[in-house]
Design a protein around this ligand. Structure first.
Ligand code: ZN
Length: 298
């Protein structure tokens, strides 16, 4: 595999509210996880910027460079063959949207492997999407025949029509300026249109256990925390902080629910997989699962 350099950017201000006051929660190997003293938002510093991420992920063979456990997570054939949870969640979301939204025009921002676009098209939605990756774009356009654009989110000003639904799946945690992006996407929705977001949950049982190990190890055992507060994510949300950000940018929350990482998509050893499965089982009953889905209305 080619050696790919990862450059992190220093932050001066909170990415949510612009405040310069913060508390360092954990000092990890290459970055610290901080909490803004003003808005309580959690972020990393230094961080992987949108530009930095585009540079890494537009290289061939870049998947798995930062974390080998996610190599299979983005392998289309592997996901199609092994994943049930991912598609179950897609079906749940489409069921909800079809019941609650009258129009059928959908935009997937950061469509990735195009799995959601493919599924929604099959269910009769009129789908469009953007992604910065050349590989994903070409596959979606040429092989799948989808109506997509190769575009960075920061440079995306919209199509010539408004949408009933915008999907932001595993994207918000990668943004430089989440408030600005949300406000811009809001402008692309029809009145009453909805935005559906999925992102990791910072207040999960998994994160709690990783923090516990970090604290009892006097800050020396950083491994578990580094796989919760991953380098690829400059921003970390929980239900409350995501709600606050959405409301500040003109959205009303319609629904929020727990979800969990589709473990069958990860490249974990047998023992690790069993441990994670037990933690996920407990997380469900404690309402501390490691992902959140929020649906918000314009
Ligand atoms: Zn702040």
């Amino acid at each position: 595999m080619a050696k790919i350099e990862i450059n992190l950017t220093k932050r001066d201000a909170c990415p949510y509210c612009g405040s310069g006051l913060r508390k360092v929660l954990f000092a990890l190997e290459r970055y610290s996880v901080c909490r803004c003293k003003s808005c309580k938002g959690v972020f990393s510093d230094p961080y992987l910027s949108e530009k930095g991420a585009e540079k890494i992920f537009s290289e061939p063979d870049s998947v798995g460079v930062i974390n080998t456990e996610v190599e299979s997570y983005y392998d289309r054939e592997f996901v199609l063959a092994n994943s049930r949870h991912t598609f179950k969640v897609f079906d749940w979301l489409l069921d909800f949207l079809e019941k609650n939204v009258s129009g059928r025009k959908l935009l997937d921002v950061g469509f990735g492997m195009g799995l959601f676009l493919e599924k929604s098209r099959r269910r009769g939605w009129e789908c469009r999407g953007i992604d910065f990756s050349d590989e994903y774009y070409k596959y979606a356009k040429e092989t799948m025949g989808l109506d997509v654009m190769k575009k960075k989110i920061s440079e995306f000003t919209g199509y010539d029509e408004e949408f009933d639904v915008i999907i932001l799946w595993d994207v918000i945690e990668h943004l430089d300026d989440p408030g600005e992006t949300l406000a811009r996407l809001r402008g692309m929705l029809k009145p009453g249109g909805v935005l559906a977001i999925a992102t990791p949950n910072e207040k999960s049982l998994l994160a709690f256990l990783a923090k516990f190990i970090y604290v009892i190890g006097f800050g020396l055992i950083k491994g578990p925390l580094s796989s919760v507060y991953v380098l690829e994510h400059p921003l970390f949300f929980d239900k409350k902080s995501l709600r606050k950000l959405l409301e500040r940018n003109g959205f009303d929350i319609v629904l929020s629910k727990q979800d969990e990482t589709d473990i069958e998509r990860l490249n974990l050893g047998k023992l690790k997989k069993i441990i994670v499965k037990i933690i996920f089982f407990l997380s469900r009953s404690m309402r501390m699962s490691n992902r959140i889905i929020v649906i918000a209305e314009k």
